[in-house]
Design a protein around this ligand. Structure first.
Ligand SMILES: Nc1ncnc2c1ncn2[C@@H]1O[C@H](COP(=O)(O)OP(=O)(O)OP(=O)(O)O)[C@@H](O)[C@H]1O
Ligand SMILES: [Mg+2]
Length: 256
């Protein structure tokens, strides 16, 4: 992104963001509610055009590329996608239908090869036993894992995860974190950008961080430089102490 700005009416959702993500990098984006994180992901996912500035996605310049050709190369999960999935949709179909860019299996007949890949991904995310269940019967954590399998179905070159751990209990979060961490450490996994509200939810293996506040970048760079007291305190507007524990996990709390 080169001065990427997104406005809607009088609201500046994202303000002149310069950002570059390399294929072997895994980024985490943090910032308060309304900071522009989802907007940033929508620009990166070719779902939104910048009002001004330049956005290149997988080397293609937005505005000059057919986004319908670009989108299958990007895996995206968000709460917004989750609520659009019909409750009676079979879990394996939620995943396999990603290859066709549709929600709902009834429109297409899928190849066995695709079904095999869907089962393999579900298995990898610990969802193998639930592949035949209806999506609506899954727990929140199981839904998140299904959506991640769906995002990976097309073998994307870029993976965008908007708050994948939101709403999970401690066990569900820790389980998801291990799986995201394994994915981050897989050299064949796609470049990834993960949005979260909590430094505790940064999966080990993530390499870079961006802090956003009021649509502007407060800090961006290597995780160890960015996830420190000063930039995080500035981002959230309160004095924070930040620690990185053995095993690569972060924790932050208010200084008093
Ligand atoms: N379609 C829209 N029309 C007008 N304003 C919008 C629109 N979409 C987002 N905004 C505004 O842009 C700003 C950034 O929103 P965005 O969803 O990117 O924030 P966020 O960092 O993802 O927040 P959260 O942590 O709550 O998900 C907010 O002030 C929001 O109200
Ligand atoms: Mg958001």
């Amino acid at each position: 992104m080169d001065g990427a700005t997104a406005r809607r009416g009088t609201t500046t959702m994202l303000d002149a963001v310069d950002w570059r993500v390399e294929l072997d990098e895994r980024w985490v984006v943090l910032g308060p509610n309304g900071a522009g994180k989802t907007t940033l992901l929508r620009l990166a996912g070719a779902e939104l055009h910048p009002t001004s500035g330049l956005v290149y996605v997988l080397g293609e310049r937005m505005g000059r590329v057919n986004v319908f050709e670009l989108r299958p190369r990007i895996g995206l999960t968000s709460a917004n996608l989750g609520i659009r999935i019909p409750g009676d949709e079979k879990v394996s179909d939620v995943v396999v239908s990603a290859g066709y860019g549709v929600l709902g299996r009834w429109r297409e007949e899928y190849e066995n090869e695709d079904t095999g890949r869907a089962y393999q991904l579900l298995d990898q995310l610990g969802m193998g036993a639930l592949a035949g269940r209806a999506y609506g019967t899954l727990s929140e954590g199981e839904r998140k894992r299904t959506l991640i399998a769906r995002a990976l179905m097309t073998d994307p070159e870029l993976l965008l995860l908007d708050e994948p751990a939101a709403g999970l209990d401690l066990g569900g979060r820790e389980d998801l974190l291990v799986r995201l961490s394994d994915l981050a450490e897989d050299p064949y996994a796609p470049a990834s950008v993960l949005v979260t509200h909590h430094v505790e939810e940064i999966p080990p293996g993530y390499t870079h961080g961006m802090l956003l506040r009021d649509g502007k970048v407060v800090a961006a760079g290597l995780l160890d430089d960015v996830m420190t007291a000063e930039p995080l305190s500035e981002t959230f507007g309160l004095p924070l102490t930040v620690e990185r524990r053995a095993g690569g996990r972060f924790t932050a709390y208010r200084r008093r």
